[in-house]
Ligand binder design. Sequence first.
Ligand code: PMT
Length: 403
Amino acid sequence: MSVLQGKKILLGITGGIAAYKTAHLVRLFIKLKAEVRVILTPSAKDFITPLTLSTLSKNEVYSSFYNEEDENAVWNNHVDLGLWADLMLIAPATANTMSKMKNGTADNLLVATYLSAKCPVYFAPAMDLDMYKHASTKESLITLQSIGNILIPAASGELASGLVGEGRMAEPEDIVSFIENDILNQLPLKGQKIVITAGPTYEAIDPVRFIGNHSSGKMGFALAKAAAHLGAEVYLITGPTKEQVVHSLIHRVDVVSAQEMYDAVHDVFQESNIAIFSAAVADYKPKNKVDQKIKKADASLALELTPTPDILASVGKIKTNQYLVGFALETNNELENAKKKITSKHLDAIVLNSLNDKGAGFATNTNKITIIDKNLNSEVFNLKSKDEVAQDILTYILQNRQA
Ligand code: PMT
């Protein structure tokens, strides 16, 4: 999944021959599941049609403050458009438009919207090589960057004039990866490795039966997604679940038993920065696994159980700089029990959820949590979706890790 998924992108196209490439650029953004709106300067329409762009972007295309030919025309509000966007991209950016952006010459909808936008603005210049080298253009490039705009540099190559040199607009694929990398580099968990355990474990009784629990994996998967959206490289170690996740930063490791989860966690824990244990690990397993299906008998059946390894406690003992967060699922004496786990498992914080709270715990799409730190300070959160709970937990970690 791209960091551009769900992002609102405002594409401003100005009047240069490279405008024809923006059809492909819009396609790439849409394929990455971004939402795209397009503003054309009047001269951009000489190079690409609004119809092409509205068809590809699946949105109305704007090119003036209002439609002069329509007597019922409505005002295209540049402020609303500017505020709508998560990011604005001006591509191609001609020398003329860059100069207007620099000077605040808002004589068209695109520049007026640019001046209203509060989001990051990227610009990808395109022009002939002598124009690109001109002192006036250089001044625009320097000023625009100095006031916070992000330059996507022009490439060298054959230009529309037939000359060869610097001034070609960056290729659409390169523009997309430039923006993706730029966003990724600014994410707060960029370069951090997070281990997340999720789901239940199954402890085999015989080839057809197991000891398990009701964990669906939803909480752990929500945490993995939220961590990846913040730029972390995630090791998601999960027991059996129907949950799915596709994200280039999430490495999913499927396990079945507590012992397998233990091994997978220890493979990656030492090199991690943060670990969050949301899995509901079985505390006991049958002492002797039987290779054949146990036949029904009239007499009662006694199953001897033996403890599974406590994975969280085991990493608590060897942790160095990792910020370690456990979960506690309780049914009684909730706070007291959760606090004991902080000490016994050497945690930095624990996330308490109680089966006494409606909508909290196993298999629901919501959860209600209290986070307790190792000094036993607690913060209570409202009932929220598991996605929101995951964001709360990661925000808490980001705020408290440095503290
Ligand atoms: O998966 P969902 O349906 O979305 O449900 C989410 C959840 C209810 C499973 C989750 O929010 C949760 O509470 N997970 C922890 C459940 C649990 O096993 O709690 P515990 O109090 O028994 O364990 C304390 C901590 O030790 C947990 O972090 C657990 O992962 C860990 N543990 C426990 C036993 C064990 N052998 N190894 C462990 O690592």
